[in-house]
Design a binder for this molecule. Sequence first.
Ligand code: EZ4
Ligand code: CO
Length: 403
Amino acid sequence: MLKIKNARVIVTSPGRNFVTLKIETEDGLTGLGDATLNGRELSVVSYLTEHVIPCLIGRDAHQIEDIWQYLYKGAYWRRGPVTMSAIAAVDMALWDIKAKAANMPLYQLLGGASRKGVMVYGHANGENVEQTLEEAQKYKAMGYKAIRLQSGVPGLASTYGVSKDKMFYEPADNDLPTENIWSTPQYMNSVPKLFQAARDALGWDVHLLHDVHHRLTPIEAGRLGRDLEPYRLFWLEDATPAENQEAFRLIRQHTTTPLAVGEIFNTIWDCKDLIQNQLIDYIRATVVHAGGITHLRRIASFADLYQVKTGCHGATDLSPVCMAAALHFGLSVPNFGVQEYMRHTAETDAVFPHAYSFADGYMHPGEAPGLGVDIDEGLAEKYPYARAYLPVNRLQDGTMFNW
Ligand code: EZ4
Ligand code: CO
């Protein structure tokens, strides 16, 4: 028995907000879990502090599955991003503790390494095609095997995925939501040109990815996928919103461009139909927003039956704690596809010292026992929480749209 003595939530903002759960056992072992929900951070803090932590004290930290079921079934109110991020944080922290108790890096407890490293993709973005490809060349030079390309759309003042601060793209940028303006026809015209130029400039040896960020209807997405077929994308991400999983059937009927979706999914129920009907190729659910390592493994096992691979979300709003968890998961899971990797700022890396590393396009979680991530609480205190929102998006006539 590894009795849980204490648990508390640490909020810090070294350039952006992060919520971290720290669990301590009576034997002095500690575990960390990421609980960051971008733009809605304090709702998870409150869920953990007011409702979850009191139920954890005195429990056996070794009983990860039972505690997961207790928090999921015991709340009565199932699923949803706030609940599942809170459960994820507990789950991550408990796996961290169990692996430290075993004196092993977590991936060893998950079945051991299935590969040498975790292939990651970086984000190249620019105001126009030329700038985007210049950025992509930098990623290629750093050894990346896979690169996501997002470019400004001619005629639109701003576009999802394009920022000034290239390595640390940060969408949650304001004390109140920033407003963007969107035009689907202008976007649809610009993307194939970007990828044609990209193949000319970068060649065919590098995987290229693109994120539509939920902005097309299924039939528009079918058209874009078809237009992009000559450029052999690794994947087309979030082509249409997925509340209606059936929507992806229409896209599938029109294109062989591989499809990825799921960074906003919270449970296996959000992707069950997509997976069992083979409507997608990559599932992007990630540790922090999909109920932790325990639940993500369940999603991945189910996906494996249908040859759907993993492609975990890994933007800067997922803390280094989640990044480490994703790397242990990615190193061990049989149906690994790719891992998104947006680098954190130096300030964030200093608050969360970690064992994981990048080399030649691959990441490795390292050999430190547990997740291999710590939090420097003294340093964390120096960066107080600052409210920040993701942008919103309107059509040119003012109609509220998907961001
Ligand atoms: O908009 O992480 O693929 N990555 C993405 C990200 C998400 C943010 C939301 O918090 O789509 O940029
Ligand atoms: Co995305």
